[in-house]
Ligand binder design. Sequence first.
Ligand code: PLZ
Length: 452
Amino acid sequence: MSSAATLIDVPLGGPTLPQERRLVTAIPGPRSQELLDRKAAAVAAGVGHTAPVHAVAAGGGVVVDADGNSLIDLGSGIAVTTIGNAHPKVVAAVQEQVAQFTHTCFMIAPYDSYVSVAEALNRITPGDHAKKSALFNSGAEAVENAVKIARKHTGKPAVVAFDHGYHGRTNLTMALTAKSMPYKHGFGPFASEVYRAPLSYPFRDGLSGPEAAEKAISVIDKQVGADNLAAVVIEPIQGEGGFIVPADGFLPAIVEWCRANEVVFIADEIQTGFARTGEMFASEVFGIVPDLITTAKGIAGGLPLAAVTGRAEIMDAAHAGGLGGTYGGNPIACAAALAAIDVFENDGMVKRAREIGAILQGRLGALQAADPRVGDVRGHGAMVAAEFVDPATGEPDAGLTAAVAKASIAQGVIVLTCGTYGNVIRFLPPLSIGDDLLHEGLDVVAAALAAA
Ligand code: PLZ
């Protein structure tokens, strides 16, 4: 059986990996191809992959494959390894915890790290009101629980999500997610009492924030009614939907309407959270204070952990025993989260996200100025995207987008696409990437665009 043990010279991951783009075979090389063949035979066809590689180590700004190729990482495993893959503080915390105990189930025998993560989240999330937290395993599970809590608190059934929104792949979160293919197609019926409102999408709707909010609130009022509505769930900057940054004033108007109507405002910060946007949370970019906030991804440096944090009186609405799960707040994931949060707070991550953002905006802005196929460049901090269009019509160009992403990966740069129309390339580099490597990655993407 092929395994890591049979590989030659597998390097140790983390920041000591050589920070370089290095192609020693075509992508995929023979060892990667061998894994992909085994994957095709053993793993359900529904589970896809973006980069055709057999990853063996990662750190800083690179992912190394089994053939010895070193790829520049501009995706962070979908915004997860924000502090850098195999960050030494996370590795040490995990190693210490895994030798101590691996699991007791927090609902059976509680432990310190879960409580410490809750305390940290209560402290660092937006707003200085009294807060409480509960921990889960995945982003989707956090969103599900935020909805449960909001329903229990308000005694109302309905939930509103937005056009282009993404909230997960479980039954309720599929219902909340906008895009059918690939997330929902054929997987229904979906959870009931989920309604959809129009988003602010400045590049495509031409509306000001207050105008877009008025339109959304009118739909919510007329088609749902505040008396039936438990919660509004929204990503402050949409992730999978296309890195859509709402126009100024949109989010504050929605928050204000929720407050006036006893509707819980849930910010899904699973992709935007933890320094990614150049603030600790994207809500701060827009000056809003959510009632509840869902987090995951960057929270624990790559270990599976998620949370719901929010107003203590709302969080406490669920009866004792009403929230939980076997693994939620697993001690190893919590140890990793405490290490990661330490890095976010004390190792300049917010500042680094802004520096990376300036490079991304500068480089992509220059591409846009020179190439009319780049219709829009948008984002905050180290969460920036380019939307590709047909210059003649402004219509989304998914074909061009896929070609640029594919060519970039073949040249050793991992980039991710997104968007309802599949015409957005998003940049989510680890904050541990060096400027030179980031520039080199962007050079490769620019060359791929020029050649496409
Ligand atoms: N909410 C805002 O971005 C996960 C999805 C990848 P889980 N986004 C990556 C894929 O294709 O499955 C996400 C998100 C927002 C919720 C989720 C769901 O988080 O940890 O994937 O369940």
